[in-house]
Design a protein around this ligand. Structure first.
Ligand code: ADP
Ligand code: ZN
Length: 742
């Protein structure tokens, strides 16, 4: 009888191993086959993957159970190495690692169906809110929806801090309409191949970069391509991909968000036609499965996709390109908590391919490695054709506020907008609405709640339920009483995109505004439809959140306005400045990309902030130097690694108890061997977001080095923690170098 080692689904990491099973007489199943096996006392059938031989634990063969059914073999030997790599590196189980390498749908999987919510009858909702004003949860949910018009259920539950069941209850009452939001079609399906674009001749800088990269196509190395916005990085990619294909290789181009970047998908489609495959979570499961097969068979030679495309079944030695490599979407926030950059680097090193990271605002980690000779470094310093950078006008919101203008469109921006309308040129207005913001006014005495230190209007952030001063960072809990008159009725009024649109209509009657904000644009318009209409000049203004900052290239946009540049500046994340810099640089880079000169108006409460200044000048290097000095003195990445542990429990005290116990374990362990494990702990802290389901989350941050012995130590600590009885109801997770610090 032959026995095999099976990775079994649903095993906690502490019990994770390859379980030994027998294959029935006459059944053959190569390593990499998917199977079902009987598991546990009840012998329930569970899913698994054969990953090799099981370590013999002395169970006599007659006691071993037999594999119930054998499916297809999906995993190559490279995939098997990758699985070992993932498990070692990201503290996940064998099955979780294996699952990444299998085409979706093999195990039924979770086809993502995005639900969106809206209020069908605003009058009814308002009446309900009045009658049920004591039910905060219901009122919050309806309030958000009235404000936003339409949100995905995910966004809504996050913003209102409620569980999905609250939304469902309201839907049952007919107050909320739930609809299946548009699932992205395969953007290429049934689409005629566009005309082949005219052949591009690379300029000198581009040629130098491309040639050096081409000579490293078989090196197993990683390179960073640092190129200012508009320098033509995409043309370098295409040149490189062409050469890879010439050498019989496959290529994977990763982008942060597929729906925002249809332009590049279209460009590649025009180039590669049917040899192009697209992989992202918006495709139906069947479509993804088909694309997976086309890639593995080699029929599809070029793959464009999001984070998970890093696992595409391309042959060994392929070319990987990660565009906008600093984007947080490349890091998975569910187990395995992998970073596409690390996985891709591992794959190309193993198979002797090439990994190209590209950005105008690289992550500090990558730029540090590139400038210290650890990875290759190419630069594009000029915008193509030497187009000038857009001129940036800084508008001081403090002045606006003091002169009584509480509109979200300040004077400067208003004037520039007027010019654009008169000239028939287009404008993009950007609003960073991360954590919904609003002003607070007392309905009795009509005063606005202001910061006691700066006198600036404070804003309410629903994601952490705090009232914050955007200027000095002072914050306080949710307010229900007016400080000047003691009145009990405070009005929280939004400055979301919907408010901004109303404001535009009021200031410029007849202005044609298209708004793009919810996670998925439902109803009549698809996102692509909106963008096409905007390009066809059916609108004067495109107004939206983060999603409009990237990759869009509209020739007639000559003005970009940032309604509030500070929103992401004052958060507890040590990367807050880096993220803000990147965001603003990209936004400003949107203006004037074609032959017309562009300008940007940035409204801010902190006009003197260095992050803003360097981003307006698109001076990454100066910003990098200043910020790195800070990171060095405070010891933050890339000068160390940061491991985030989360403790999820029913009560706050339980979560704290667990976090404290764990910190104590770490201290003990490191005291024994301070040389090898020089760790610094940052004390546990309750995170801002109450988790869905009413559980509390506490985190412990640990500064360490992401080396094999330290990962082993962490892995041992996790096992030790999980094996204790008192921790039975606590969930602990570990995340090395998370992109979002809780
Ligand atoms: P990036 O991605 O670096 O911001 P793009 O690749 O989008 O820049 O290029 C910016 C603009 O310049 C695009 O319109 C692109 O077609 C044009 N461009 C860049 N390089 C060339 C070239 N060598 N020949 C013709 N056009 C180019
Ligand atoms: Zn203040």
């Amino acid at each position: 009888m032959i026995s095999v080692g099976v990775a079994v689904e649903g095993i906690p990491r502490s019990a994770d191993k390859l379980y030994e099973y027998l294959l029935a007489e006459g059944v053959s199943a190569p390593v990499g086959s998917v199977v079902t096996v009987p598991f546990g006392r009840g012998n329930h059938p569970v899913r698994g993957v054969i990953l090799g031989d099981a370590p013999k634990d002395g169970t006599p063969p007659e006691k071993l159970k037999t594999v119930l059914s054998v499916g297809e073999c999906y995993l190559s030997s490279e995939a098997l190495s990758l699985i070992r790599y993932l498990r070692d590196r990201y503290f996940c189980t064998w099955f979780e690692a294996a699952r990444c390498l299998l085409p979706t749908g093999v195990f039924g999987g979770s086809a993502k169906s995005v639900m969106s919510a809206s209020v069908p009858d605003e009058g009814a909702a308002a009446a309900y809110m009045e009658a049920h004003y004591t039910n905060r949860k219901h009122c919050d949910v309806l309030g958000f929806l009235l404000e936003e018009g339409q949100m995905t259920v995910k966004e809504l539950t996050y913003m209102a801090g409620v569980s999905e069941s609250v939304v469902k209850t309201l839907a049952k009452k007919g107050l909320i309409l739930l609809e299946k939001a548009e699932v992205l079609r395969n953007p290429l399906k049934d689409r005629p191949i566009p005309e082949t674009p005219p052949k591009v001749v690379l300029n000198e800088e581009q040629t130098v970069a491309a040639d050096r990269l081409i000579s490293d196509l078989n090196s197993g190395k990683t390179h960073l391509l640092y190129g200012v916005t508009g320098s033509g990085k995409t043309h370098v990619f295409i040149r490189l991909i062409d050469e890879a294909l010439n050498q019989g290789k496959q290529a994977v181009l990763m982008i942060p968000e597929i729906s925002l970047t249809l332009q590049i998908v279209n460009r590649l489609y025009a180039h590669y036609g049917q040899s192009l495959a697209v992989l992202h979570s918006g495709l139906s499961m069947g479509e993804r499965h088909d694309e997976w097969r086309r890639i593995r068979s080699g029929e599809a030679k070029v793959v464009i996709g999001t984070r998970s495309a890093v696992f595409a079944p391309v042959s060994e030695g392929s070319l990987f390109i990660i565009d906008e490599e600093q984007e947080h979407t490349y890091k998975s926030e569910a187990s395995p908590r992998y970073h596409a950059r690390e996985v891709a680097a591992y794959r190309v090193a193993l198979g002797k391919g090439l990994l190209l990271l590209a950005s105008a605002t690289p992550s500090f980690e990558s730029y540090y490695r590139a400038t210290n000779g650890i990875i290759g470094f190419e630069q594009l310093t000029e915008r193509f054709n030497g187009k000038p950078l857009p001129k940036v006008l800084v508008a001081d919101l403090r002045r606006e506020m003091m002169s009584g203008n509480r509109s979200c469109i300040g004077k400067t921006l208003g004037l520039e907008l007027e010019k654009n309308l008169a000239r028939g040129e287009q404008t993009i207005l950007f609003m960073n609405r991360r954590g919904y913001q609003s002003h607070i006014t007392c309905t009795s005495c009509n005063t606005v709640v202001k910061c006691p230190h700066c006198g600036i209007a404070m804003t309410y952030h629903s994601y952490n339920n705090r009232v914050v001063c955007n200027y000095c960072g002072y914050s306080t809990g949710y307010l229900s009483t007016c400080a000047s008159c003691g009145g009990k009725r405070l009005l929280y009024s939004g400055v979301g995109t919907q408010k901004a649109e109303e404001e535009l209509q009021r200031l410029f009657p007849g202005i044609r505004v298209c708004r793009m904000d919810a996670d998925t644009v439902g109803g009549k318009y698809t996102r692509e439809g909106i963008l096409n209409d905007f390009r066809d000049k059916k609108y004067d203004v495109l107004l939206g959140t983060q999603m409009i900052t990237k990759g869009l290239d509209f020739p007639d946009v000559t003005l970009v306005g940032v309604l509030n540049a500070d929103m992401s500046l004052y958060t507890s994340d040590f990367r807050a400045f880096e993220k803000t810099f990147s965001l603003l640089t990209q936004v400003v880079g949107r203006a004037g990309r074609a032959d017309k000169e562009g300008r940007a108006v940035v409204q801010t409460y902190s006009p003197a902030h260095y992050v803003l200044h360097y981003s307006f000048a698109q001076d990454y290097q100066k910003f990098y130097r200043e910020e790195m000095a800070l990171r060095k003195s405070l010891l933050y990445p890339p000068y160390c690694d940061l491991c985030q542990f989360c403790f999820l429990a029913d009560t706050e005290s339980e979560a704290f108890r667990a976090a404290n116990d764990f910190s104590e374990d770490v201290r003990k362990k490191t005291k024994d061997d301070p040389e090898s494990f020089p760790v610094r702990l940052i004390l546990p802290k309750v995170t801002a977001v109450p988790l869905v389901g009413g559980k509390t989350r506490v985190r412990v941050l640990m500064k360490c080095k992401d080396t094999r012995p330290q990962r082993q130590m962490i892995s041992d600590l996790l096992d030790q923690f999980r094996s204790r009885k008192e921790n039975r109801d606590v969930t602990i997770t570990a995340d090395m170098n998370p992109v979002n610090i809780l």
